[in-house]
Ligand binder design. Structure first.
Ligand SMILES: [Zn+2]
Length: 274
C-alpha cells in the first residue's frame, strides 16, 4: 500500500478508535478496580468520590496500601505502633463510607516515610504479584507524571514509580518467573489506568462527583488523626466547630469544572517506553 493510502487509512481509523474508547470510569459496572495508595487516605482525597461511585455501581474495589502511616503525629504521647492502629481503624471507617469493605483492603505494612528505602526488588515484586492476582480491569494510583517526573513527597513518588514499574513487570512473565512457576500466576496486562494527584498541566480526565461529595467529605473527616486538633494531641472525635471548619476547607480544596465538583486524573492505557 502506498504511503498516502496508509495515511488515509490511519486518518479513518483514528475516529473509530476514539469512538471505541472505554466506558467512562464513573459508569463502569461489575468490573474489578485495583487502587494503589501510598498512605491510608490519599485515595480518599484524590479519588474518594470516584471510589464511592464505583462501589455504588457494583464494581469490586480493592485497595493496596503501601504504608501504615505511623509517623504523622505531633502528639508527644503518641507511639508509632499506636498511630498505625489508629490509622488502620480510621481507614477502614473512611473506606466503609465509600462502600469498600475492609476485607478488600490489603496492607503492605511499610513504615511511613520509608517506602523509598525499602528493598526495591522486593517492593516491585510484591506489587507485581498483587496485579497478577487481582487482574484489574482498571488501576488507580498516584501519578508518576507523563513526560516529566511528578515531584511528590517521598512515599508518594515511590508509590507512583513502583506501581507503574509493577504494571510493566506484570505483563512479562520473565519478571519474577517464580510467580508463574510456583504460584501459578499468569502474566497480566493492565488495560486502563487513572492516576490521581496529577500535575495540573497533565489532567486529561475529570469525574463529576456532585452526587457523592457529601460521602467524600464524610469519608475524609473519618481520618480524624490527620487533622488538627487530633494531629497535635490525639482525640478520636470532633467537636462540631472544628468539624465544620475542616469540611468547609475540604470543600474549598475540591477542584471544580463547569460548576461541578470533580476529581482530576491523568488517564492512560500505557506509558512511555523511552
Ligand atoms: Zn500520602
Amino acid at each position: 500500500m502506498r504511503r498516502g493510502s496508509l495515511l488515509l487509512l490511519a486518518a479513518l481509523l483514528v475516529p473509530a478508535a476514539l469512538h471505541a474508547q472505554q466506558t467512562r470510569l464513573e459508569d463502569l459496572h461489575g468490573k474489578t478496580i485495583l487502587v494503589f495508595t501510598p498512605h491510608p487516605d490519599d485515595e480518599v482525597f484524590g479519588a474518594g468520590g470516584t471510589i464511592a461511585l464505583l462501589n455504588r455501581n457494583h464494581n469490586k474495589v480493592i485497595l493496596a496500601i503501601y504504608t501504615n502511616d505511623d509517623k504523622g503525629s505531633l502528639d508527644p504521647e503518641m507511639s508509632s505502633q499506636r498511630l498505625a492502629r489508629i490509622r488502620k481503624m480510621e481507614e477502614e471507617k473512611s473506606e466503609a463510607v465509600l462502600g469498600t469493605p475492609k476485607e478488600n483492603i490489603m496492607w503492605l505494612g511499610y513504615d511511613d516515610g520509608m517506602l523509598e528505602y525499602a528493598p526495591q526488588p522486593h517492593l516491585v515484586e510484591q506489587a507485581t504479584e498483587i496485579i497478577r492476582r487481582v487482574r484489574p480491569d482498571v488501576l488507580l494510583s498516584v501519578d508518576p507524571g507523563q513526560w516529566y517526573t511528578r515531584w511528590h513527597k517521598t512515599d508518594h513518588r515511590m508509590a507512583a514509580f513502583n506501581t507503574v514499574d509493577a504494571v510493566r513487570a506484570a505483563e512479562f512473565w520473565l519478571y519474577f518467573p517464580n510467580q508463574k512457576l510456583q504460584l501459578g500466576l499468569q502474566p497480566y496486562r493492565v488495560p486502563e489506568m487513572y492516576f490521581f494527584y496529577p500535575a495540573p498541566g497533565e489532567v486529561n480526565y475529570r469525574v463529576p462527583i456532585d452526587d457523592v461529595m457529601d460521602l467524600k467529605l464524610q469519608s475524609a473527616v473519618a481520618q480524624v488523626s490527620q487533622f488538627a486538633p487530633s494531629e497535635d494531641r490525639y482525640r478520636d472525635d470532633w467537636d462540631a466547630k472544628d468539624l465544620k471548619t475542616t469540611e468547609d476547607e475540604l470543600k474549598q480544596l475540591q477542584p471544580r469544572k463547569d460548576g461541578h465538583a470533580v476529581e482530576e486524573f491523568r488517564y492512560s492505557t500505557g506509558f512511555n517506553q523511552e
